[in-house]
Design a protein around this ligand. Structure first.
Ligand code: 3PG
Length: 317
């Protein structure tokens, strides 16, 4: 799996600045505890390289990027310390050239179509858009997405809990980054719990997991039909019949037989099914083979284990 794919599944990249290298380990542990095994440690302080080395050594599962990399020398320091990829705020051809020549994943900052084209010239397919909000935010990204069909974006700068979903809803945006999950006050005060909470909130909002419907297994179509009528009466919802089930509103699926699950199934919808699956796998849950739609995209995927007799599947919103 390449960096683009990993970052895209993670969806969020917390951007970190530490004055003391030793703070980076509890800080990244706090981010991981919030459900995100990803971090960007910026060369905005002299502690960056040491901080990267410490995180790499102590939390090897963290997908670690080096940010605010402005020179080739910093690229070398970052790679030696163990960074898996490099980010820069602007498009520096020397830095990009060095990374490309040495097969070091680089996500350069771009703020104009010209810079996106320069990145394409170097064979890149993922750039950071910085400073995203000041550049025009979602509108700017929508406009950029027209001409460059092979380019993907990781915007940062002014992104937070309130606007991140607007960015993530754009098909060409693979991930968003920002410092809002790691407020510098909390880092200074070593309030790791607050960082875990902020990360958790962001992951939760990104995934948007929601109970979509409950599927109930039945012996046969007439039992399903009888149940559907009762639920329809109680809830004052219409019944729609399909080959395999009666849907009552969009909340109850009365199956005309035994679908997965001893008793039935629970469908949980999400903003992005690939991401939700990845995050739940990170939490330790296992999944069956995904169910694909006509275009070959994952549309639903069942979890391996039932919960109280119910199979659980994710569903793309
Ligand atoms: C960056 O390095 O990409 C930005 O500083 C992040 O911007 P933010 O602090 O507004 O999230």
């Amino acid at each position: 799996m390449d960096i683009l794919e990993k970052l895209s599944l993670a969806g969020l990249v917390p951007i970190i600045k530490v004055d003391h290298a030793e703070d980076a380990v509890p800080l990244c542990k706090a981010i991981l505890a919030g459900g995100l095994p990803v971090a960007e440690i910026t060369f905005r302080t002299a502690a960056a390289a040491e901080a990267i080395a410490l995180v790499k050594k102590n939390i090897p599962e963290c997908l670690l990027g080096a940010g605010t990399v402005l020179t080739v020398d910093q690229v070398k320091q970052a790679v030696e310390a163990g960074a898996a990829y490099i980010l820069s705020p602007g498009f520096n051809p020397k830095v990009v050239g060095y990374c490309v020549e040495n097969s070091i994943p680089i996500i350069p900052g771009c703020s104009s179509p010209g810079e996106v084209e320069a990145a394409l010239e170097f064979g890149l397919n993922l750039v950071k858009i910085f400073p995203a909000e000041s550049l025009g935010g979602v509108k700017f990204l929508k406009a950029l997405s027209g001409p460059y069909v092979n380019m993907y974006y990781a915007p940062t700068g002014g992104i937070n809990e309130n606007n991140m979903l607007d960015y993530l809803a754009l098909p060409r945006v693979k991930a968003v980054g920002g410092s809002w999950m790691v407020p510098s006050d909390a880092v200074k005060a070593k309030e790791w719990g607050a960082i875990t909470q902020a990360t958790k909130r962001a992951v939760k909002a990104m995934l948007g997991l929601k109970l979509q419907h409950i599927g109930i297994n039945n012996e046969n179509a007439s039992e399903a039909s009888a149940g559907a009528k009762l639920l329809s009466t109680i809830m004052d919802l219409p019944i729609a019949e399909s080959t395999g089930a009666f849907m009552v509103g969009d909340q109850f699926e009365l199956c005309k037989g035994k679908k997965p699950g001893r008793l039935g199934h629970i469908a949980v919808s999400t903003n992005d099914i690939s991401r939700a699956k990845w995050h739940l796998e990170y939490m330790g849950f296992a999944f069956d083979e995904p169910l694909l739609n006509a275009e070959g995209k994952m549309n639903a995927v069942y979890m391996k284990d039932e919960i109280c007799g119910f199979a659980v599947h994710l569903l793309q919103k």
